[in-house]
Design a binder for this molecule. Structure first.
Ligand code: C2E
Ligand code: CA
Ligand code: CA
Ligand code: CA
Length: 277
């Protein structure tokens, strides 16, 4: 809701009401979205810093509701987390992404398959079995799967349960990447508490490009080396950003410079000349 000084209380509360109503509507519509066939998956390549291979494709959920039209995941994922619907939606994403990855015939050449996981999925019993069953169903090796988790895994009362679940998945051969790194409250010193195999530097640091943001990226690379884990930078839009990240020693790059999230998997990527400007 927009706070306006001049606006009367009525306008303010109307605004609030509109926002609240939209949230409720989204929550309701989300319950039917799978059945209604309203979800689609987009995939965005993660490119090795040497630019000679694709490390992975990240799965990003898209929703086009019959009434609301396209709704951004930044808007509907938090609502799905609040209502609990993310558990069902997450299971759908996992199965559908693996299905498309297997059906593409590119699993051998398109790098690994990365999927975003919400905290609620991790603390809901059955995730490990669900992941194993989906991998088996589509005949994909656990070594091909990356699960992206956020720093919320450190902040939870359930951290020992979370550790047990993630450690089990990691022992299967699945990679666990820490997403949006630098935006949360996880201190670097807590990294060893979870089986993290890579840090994904949040795009805000990549795009700021000032001395402070650069220092944070450099520091993350140094720490990651100490822990023997990799560093991925997201939100890379310009050649200048890519070159600076390569110089810092980041292992992999992801962003519009290489490709927007699109349907299907890519075997090669080229720098998008439009984004170079
Ligand atoms: P995220 O996991 O941090 O994903 C990266 C976001 O940055 C994506 O937004 C992607 O489209 C966008 N992006 C990629 N390259 C660039 C770039 O060069 N510049 C800019 N400005 N943005 C770039 P998207 O697809 O809107 O997703 C937003 C968030 O929604 C994701 O952030 C993730 O937290 C969540 N999300 C998306 N799909 C899923 C899902 O299947 N499950 C869960 N739990 N969360 C999801
Ligand atoms: Ca992610
Ligand atoms: Ca991210
Ligand atoms: Ca994010």
């Amino acid at each position: 809701a927009k706070r306006t000084r001049r606006g009367s209380t009525l306008i303010y509360s109307d605004d609030m009401k509109g926002e609240q109503e939209r949230r409720l509507m989204i929550g309701q519509f989300l319950k039917q979205a799978i059945k209604a066939g309203e979800f689609a998956l987009a995939f965005q390549p993660v490119v090795a810093a040497s630019l000679d291979s694709i490390d992975a494709h990240e799965t990003l959920l898209r929703w086009n509701n019959r009434v609301l039209g396209p709704v951004s995941p930044d808007e509907f994922i938090p609502i799905a987390e609040e209502t609990g619907e993310i558990v069902t939606i997450g299971a759908y994403v996992l199965d559908e992404a693996l299905r498309q990855y297997a059906a593409s015939g590119l699993a051998a050449r398109a790098g690994k398959l990365a999927i975003n996981l919400s905290l609620l999925q991790i603390v809901t019993p059955g995730l490990t079995e669900q992941v194993r069953a989906a991998l088996a169903r589509h005949r994909i090796s656990a070594h091909k799967l990356v699960l992206e988790v956020t720093e919320s895994i450190f902040d939870d009362r359930n951290s020992s349960l979370i550790n047990t679940v993630l450690t089990g998945l990691h022992k299967d051969g699945i990679e666990i990447h820490l997403d949006d790194f630098g935006t949360g409250y996880s201190s670097l010193s807590r990294l060893h508490e979870m089986p993290i195999t890579a840090l994904k530097i949040d795009k805000s640091f990549v795009q700021k490009g000032d001395a402070q943001a650069t220092a944070i990226i450099e520091g993350s690379v140094l720490i990651a080396r100490q822990f023997g884990i990799r560093v991925i930078a997201e939100g890379v839009e310009t050649l200048e950003q890519a070159q600076s990240l390569q110089a810092i020693g980041v292992d992999a790059l992801q962003g519009y410079l290489f490709s927007r999230p699109v349907p299907g998997f890519q075997e090669t990527v080229t720098v998008n000349p439009q984004e170079q400007l």
